[in-house]
Design a protein around this ligand. Structure first.
Ligand code: HEC
Ligand code: HEC
Ligand code: HEC
Ligand code: HEC
Ligand code: HEC
Length: 430
């Protein structure tokens, strides 16, 4: 009893002490061994949140730095430089690389560019990067400047959860327990309520947690990084947020569905086949009229954001083919990529230079054509196909992470990042 009392007293004291440290020093750079929360690796959380850790680890959030994402890395090295050197500047602005405010947020808190210096930096958008965001300020700053990534948020040195641990009432009614019954459920060590805990002989630091449903359960949890960002010429690049059609469904309902009783942290997008497959309703109809087949292709975007959304070089194209009884192609909407021969079958967000010619994200000075499907848009495409000899019409949609010009340029990228990915097929037998 006494030992338990002593250890509780110690816990309460050490908790109070860490709170004091936080109050005196909001960045939480403590003199002792305790780490500020933004430097805590996801490996610490993994000790208890095994399933969520696994989902996160497979997501692009865990690969968001130039050390791990080959596509981001290619651009980062071009417009900034080495991700493992200190003091590197964004070339166009001569300032601290803005990229890190979203792609390596914990490094941005410490204003470092040496991303391999700590696991919490190289882990990119890790557990604490999201779970320390406390308030979304919006992305419009003073003088029309955008607040990007962390700059759009207030942060706390205390974890933020969708619910938190509301133990006030338990404390009130547990009047004869001077510790208010807090942490009485020792069957599950909980560093969010009990202070430092031990698990399988490992010491887990105190990880105090506040409930913050207003942020964690709304788009505010995502918008700081996903709203939009501009290149140095003011041209909007990745801009999921400002495409968003005044919708009542939040990002979490699709990107964090409940699976196994918990909010899934896989957060699939353009790199996730299952997510891509469910993004579109794709149907095909073909009716014979004399010598012709009138084919109608319908594409319906099921999202409150564009399809495809995100990085400007994401694109989708349609291949429509007619086959004879031997399986030979007798007609197709385009040979190879349809961008030239059948531009209506190419759904993309293009960028342009002053002359209106296609341009790369860092150098574009204006928007080009935006032929993506708008939120919830249904698009109908009609084709005339020669009926003679045709026994089958087949339509197939392909998703691409990169524009064809970038696929040709970036020969160093692994095959799975450059190969067109089939996301929907429809056939009509005649
Ligand atoms: C990209 C931001 C983001 C990252 C990264 C992230 N989380 Fe979350 N997490 C959220 C949001 C948002 C919610 C709330 C979901 C809801 O309730 O709608 C949440 C919910 C949770 C919950 C409560 C789940 C439930 O359904 O009860 C736990 C536990 C959790 N996160 C742990 C973690 C851990 C551990 C990691 C790292 C391995 C992590 N999170 C990484 C944003 C994030
Ligand atoms: C020693 C075990 C342990 C460790 C380590 C741990 N947690 Fe938890 N966590 C718990 C327990 C227990 C709960 C409450 C019950 C549950 O959700 O399983 C919880 C709940 C949560 C919740 C949900 C709170 C809510 O509002 O519903 C979040 C978010 C969370 N933890 C984040 C983290 C993050 C981020 C880390 C790493 C920095 C972490 N946890 C490390 C044990 C742990
Ligand atoms: C701190 C910034 C930050 C926050 C907050 C954040 N994200 Fe992200 N997210 C990123 C970055 C950076 C990437 C890109 C990683 C890459 O491809 O290099 C990303 C990638 C993604 C992708 C995958 C894109 C792909 O290429 O497959 C999805 C989906 C996504 N985020 C959804 C969300 C949702 C939903 C939320 C809110 C619950 C959220 N994110 C919160 C920064 C953030
Ligand atoms: C109705 C479900 C749904 C909702 C709601 C939704 N998304 Fe998506 N999201 C998808 C699907 C499906 C995809 C894959 C197809 C695509 O890229 O459009 C996707 C793709 C993405 C991507 C991947 C982009 C890339 O470059 O790979 C990001 C980022 C993203 N969504 C962010 C968000 C954010 C932020 C919100 C909230 C503002 C949100 N989504 C709301 C279903 C949804
Ligand atoms: C406001 C936050 C933000 C800033 C600032 C930012 N990015 Fe991103 N970036 C994202 C998000 C979110 C994604 C992934 C989802 C998407 O495609 O929209 C992304 C995706 C990318 C991708 C595609 C990655 C892939 O896997 O295909 C590249 C390349 C990229 N960013 C480069 C950069 C560079 C270089 C900088 C700095 C000059 C930068 N970004 C600054 C948020 C940001």
């Amino acid at each position: 009893m006494e030992a338990a009392f002593a250890s509780r007293t110690y816990r309460v004291l050490s908790y109070t002490f860490s709170l004091l440290v936080l109050l005196i020093n909001p960045l939480g750079v403590s003199a002792g061994t305790e780490k500020p929360v933004h430097q805590i690796s996801s490996e610490v959380c993994q000790n208890c949140h095994k399933e969520i850790y696994k989902q996160w680890k497979g997501s692009m959030h865990a690969q968001s730095t130039a050390l791990k994402d080959p596509i981001h890395g290619t651009f980062y090295k071009k417009v900034v430089g080495s991700p493992i050197e200190e003091g590197v500047k964004h070339k166009a602005s001569g300032k601290y690389p803005i990229c890190l405010q979203c792609h390596a947020p914990n490094a941005a808190v410490d204003k470092t560019t040496k991303l391999d210096a700590k696991p919490a930096y190289s882990e990119g958008v890790n557990c604490v990067a999201c779970h320390t965001l406390s308030k979304f300020k919006g992305t419009s700053g003073k003088n029309g400047k955008l607040l990007l990534g962390l700059k759009a948020y207030e942060r706390k040195n205390e974890l933020q959860g969708p619910q938190g641990f509301n133990q006030g009432l338990a404390k009130l009614v547990a009047a004869d327990d001077m510790f208010g019954g807090a942490g009485s459920d020792d069957s599950k060590p909980n560093p969010h309520t009990q202070g430092e805990v031990e698990l399988d002989g490992k010491k887990i630091p105190a990880l105090p947690m506040a409930g913050n449903p207003g942020l964690m359960k709304t788009n505010a949890a995502c918008m700081g990084c996903h709203d939009k960002r501009n290149n140095p010429h003011g041209v909007p690049l990745c801009q999921t947020g400002n495409e968003y059609a005044g919708s009542n469904v939040n990002c979490q309902s699709c990107h964090m569905p409940i699976a196994g009783g918990m909010a899934d942290h896989g957060m699939g997008g353009g790199h996730n086949h299952a997510m891509l497959k469910r993004s579109v309703v794709f149907t095909l109809d073909a009716v014979k009229e004399g010598d012709n087949l009138n084919a109608t292709v319908k594409l319906k975007n099921m999202q409150p954001h564009s399809l495809p959304t995100g990085a400007p070089f994401r694109n989708i194209y349609l291949k429509l083919s007619a086959y004879d009884a031997q399986g030979n192609v007798v007609w197709q909407n385009a040979e190879g990529h349809p961008a030239k021969d059948d531009s209506k079958a190419y759904f993309a967000y293009l960028l342009a230079n002053d002359k209106g010619d296609p341009a790369m994200p860092p150098t574009a000075t204006q928007l080009g054509a935006d032929t993506r499907l708008k939120p919830y848009e249904e698009r109908i495409l009609s084709y005339n196909i020669p009926a003679k000899g045709t026994v089958l019409v087949r339509g197939e949609l392909f998703y691409n992470l990169l524009w064809p010009v970038l696929v040709n340029k970036f020969k160093h990228l692994p095959e799975d990042l450059v190969a067109p990915e089939s996301i929907a097929v429809a056939e009509v037998n005649l």
